[in-house]
Design a protein around this ligand. Structure first.
Ligand SMILES: Cc1cc2nc3c(=O)[nH]c(=O)nc-3n(C[C@H](O)[C@H](O)[C@H](O)COP(=O)(O)OP(=O)(O)OC[C@H]3O[C@@H](n4cnc5c(N)ncnc54)[C@H](O)[C@@H]3O)c2cc1C
Length: 441
């Protein structure tokens, strides 16, 4: 069997590894344009000088050591009648099965002036190089648009490089897809204390300048003047890379190529995984964005097993995700309060608050867990977490609770561990505290 994988990110790599580890006789060709694939999540830490830029390059061996062939080229067309992928320089590749894993690219919204040259995005190694060039040339000011995970991480990195940083967010809070307003206050205060000029409820209305942005106009009437070496970084989300398939028979919607629980598209022998695919929420089974590496990898595994003859089903996105400000770490899973309401749920919420270690232990800081549950059934729909450390331990447990359709009663009975340097006292756990409050709402 000949399989062609278009895209060599986490989705393409995981698919290849899983198939090849079970059946080395299946021929896999991975087509990927970049000379080096990079670990995107670590890019802010390169800018901040915490990580050497060479270390964020992924080894091509992740693909080639499996026995798969890596073609460093761009797919420019697919002939679905004759099962052939056309590339820019390397000719055509015939397939029995095609895996589309083309990922997503940062969005640049149609704001006036958004094509000016010092407006950058954060994804590829070339994006990183461009940002580093400005930083190393002595950028004095940066405007980061969008205070989601990437916007916050980039703002902190730029500020730590001594650059005056303005973080502009349209909504009333930072990480709006993760936290609601009562939970976002701590990170917001920290960003302001750090000297980052955070503007909430504010949109960028225009970039002006001749070839580069010299002024950023905001909806509150303010203007930020930029010098010759200064930059704007757009962190307002991503869109699926599906241009190649616009005229194809593939079923495509707002989030990408529509797939079923096996990652099959509407075209026989054509599959899509990761950020380029459109799928559903685990919780309400309705379409939901889920552009995370932690979704791309399981989707790719499910797809690989389907081709290997095992019919595991991908049940949908739960979207557990985490990020970090300076000291505060933030996480969310399932639906946050606003999202649960907007998807039609009648909800109750409750918070648990402890410290991350026994309070007398050096380094103990606050942890706040907010649980969101369906009012009638107390079924857990999501959680928001802010803590000085160890957020994943809460997010992963609650993601699993959602996966297991748990209620507040289940989490009230959740069995946890305790030790002075790693948790609060045995007397309490922030998840159990919040769950107990939900039982009493
Ligand atoms: C700065 C940043 C931080 C992030 N942090 C996190 C995090 O902390 N946790 C998390 O879970 N997720 C994070 N993400 C999201 C995560 O990186 C993506 O969800 C993940 O990379 C998706 O994997 P993928 O394989 O679907 O797509 P991608 O990784 O985007 O890979 C797609 C590949 O397809 C290639 N391709 C596209 N078009 C073509 C074509 N025509 N021909 C050939 N190849 C093509 C691309 O060049 C690329 O190699 C972050 C993303 C960014 C940008």
């Amino acid at each position: 069997m000949d399989i062609v994988v278009v895209g060599g990110g986490p989705g393409g790599i995981q698919f290849t590894k899983t198939v090849k580890s079970h059946n080395p006789d299946i021929n896999i060709t991975v087509i990927r344009p970049e000379p080096f694939s990079v670990i995107y999540c670590a890019l802010p830490y390169v800018i901040e000088d915490l990580v050497d830029k060479i270390k964020v390059r992924k080894s091509d061996g992740l693909i080639t050591d499996t026995g798969a062939k890596l073609v460093k080229d761009e797919a420019v067309g697919v002939d679905f009648d004759n099962n052939v992928v056309q590339t820019k320089k390397s000719g055509n590749f015939r397939f029995d099965k095609l895996i589309i894993a083309t990922g997503a690219s940062p969005v640049i919204p149609p704001i006036k002036g958004s094509n000016l040259k010092n407006i950058l995005t954060v994804k590829t190694e070339s994006d990183l190089e461009q940002i580093l060039e400005y930083v190393n040339l002595g950028a004095e000011k940066a405007v980061v648009v969008g205070a989601g995970n990437i916007g916050i991480e980039m703002s902190v990195a730029l500020k730590h490089k001594g650059i005056e940083t303005h973080l502009i967010e349209m909504q009333d809070r930072v990480v709006p897809n993760m936290l609601s307003k009562d939970m976002s206050k701590l990170p917001e205060e920290e960003l302001l204390q750090e000297g980052i000029h955070l503007k909430l409820n504010t949109a960028v209305t225009e970039f002006s300048g001749e070839d580069r942005v010299t002024e950023v106009k905001l909806s509150n009437g303010e203007k930020i003047t930029l010098g010759e070496k200064d930059i704007v970084i757009m962190c307002v989300g991503v869109k699926a890379n599906i241009e190649l398939f616009k005229e194809s028979p593939l079923n495509i919607d707002r989030d990408g190529i529509v797939v079923n629980e096996y990652m099959e598209t509407n075209v026989d022998n054509v599959y899509a995984v990761g950020d380029c695919a459109s799928y559903i929420s685990y919780i309400d089974k309705k379409p939901l964005g889920g552009k995370l590496a932690t979704n791309a990898v399981p989707m790719a595994r499910i797809c690989a097993y389907r081709i290997l003859g095992r019919n595991y089903k991908y049940q949908g996105f739960i979207n557990g995700a985490i990020t970090k400000c300076i000291n505060w770490r933030m996480g969310g899973t399932g639906f946050n309060e606003e999202m649960a309401k907007s998807r039609g749920f009648d909800i109750v919420t409750a918070k648990g608050e402890t410290t991350t270690r026994f309070p007398m232990i050096p380094g103990a800081t606050k942890v706040i867990v907010k649980l969101i549950a369906e009012k009638e059934t107390l079924k857990i729909l999501g959680a928001e977490v802010v803590a000085g450390e160890s957020v994943p331990q809460f997010i992963d447990v609650i993601s699993y609770a959602i996966q297991k359709q748990s209620t507040a009663y289940d989490l009230f009975q959740f069995s946890y561990c305790a030790q002075p340097f790693q948790t609060f006292f045995p007397a309490s756990n922030a998840i159990v505290q919040a769950a107990e409050k939900l039982l009493n709402t």
